[in-house]
Design a protein around this ligand. Sequence first.
Ligand SMILES: Nc1nc2c(ncn2[C@@H]2O[C@H](COP(=O)(O)OP(=O)(O)OP(=O)(O)O)[C@@H](O)[C@H]2O)c(=O)[nH]1
Ligand SMILES: [Mg+2]
Length: 221
Amino acid sequence: MPGGKQQHHDSQVEGRIVASYGRRYLVELPDTTVLDCVTRGKRGDVACGDRVSVARSAPGQGVIEAIAPRMTLLYRSDAYRQKLIAANVTQIIIVVAAVPTFSEDLVNRCLIAAEYGGMKALIALNKSDLPESAAALSSLEFYRALGYRVRALSARRDVQPLCTCLENEVSALVGQSGMGKSTIINRLVPGAAARVAEVSAALDSGRHTTTYARLYHLNAT
Ligand SMILES: Nc1nc2c(ncn2[C@@H]2O[C@H](COP(=O)(O)OP(=O)(O)OP(=O)(O)O)[C@@H](O)[C@H]2O)c(=O)[nH]1
Ligand SMILES: [Mg+2]
């Protein structure tokens, strides 16, 4: 096909990926316009938070041509593949709750990912309104002793305990299904309308409701 990178160069714009849904990405431009973008070919090495150059392809649409060097990269991997979660995050917030039971092993893995990737880490014990939370909070004392910040909150009631920790940071909420990440987002970002689902009591787990990454701006208030 005629018209390679060179020809498009003049119409390229810089932006930031604010959402990744499979192979589709939303790129926000400095003037807050959002373009619906794809990558060239099957490249899947783009993450929410990436600074990118985009060639406009149609009104409201673009093709991601280049990714700027990242400050940090959060990803998950197993022996077979790697999945990028978020780029240029300065801090990860590990969301846990007493119900469903949270996995200490996952918390440890998240802390290792943060340390390895040069991101700060904070543990948020959500659902502090539940009676089971007291025991969960004392089980987290260990992390406090190691120097990690631990904050208890009930997203259903008030997310204020988290707010000061969010100032001047790009934070990623991570944690098992059902811990309340989307509930926290909805409280922090009015209008975010992240889907929230009941947890399964039978399985003592969430239902993997949120399956995409999204970047939100917080207003300094
Ligand atoms: N009691 C109580 N329940 C909460 C609180 N925050 C969230 N929940 C409930 O926990 C359940 C799971 O919340 P979600 O926000 O969907 O959890 P999530 O972490 O986004 O889950 P995934 O998207 O599956 O990863 C829902 O039934 C919420 O209403 C809280 O502070 N207290
Ligand atoms: Mg969710």
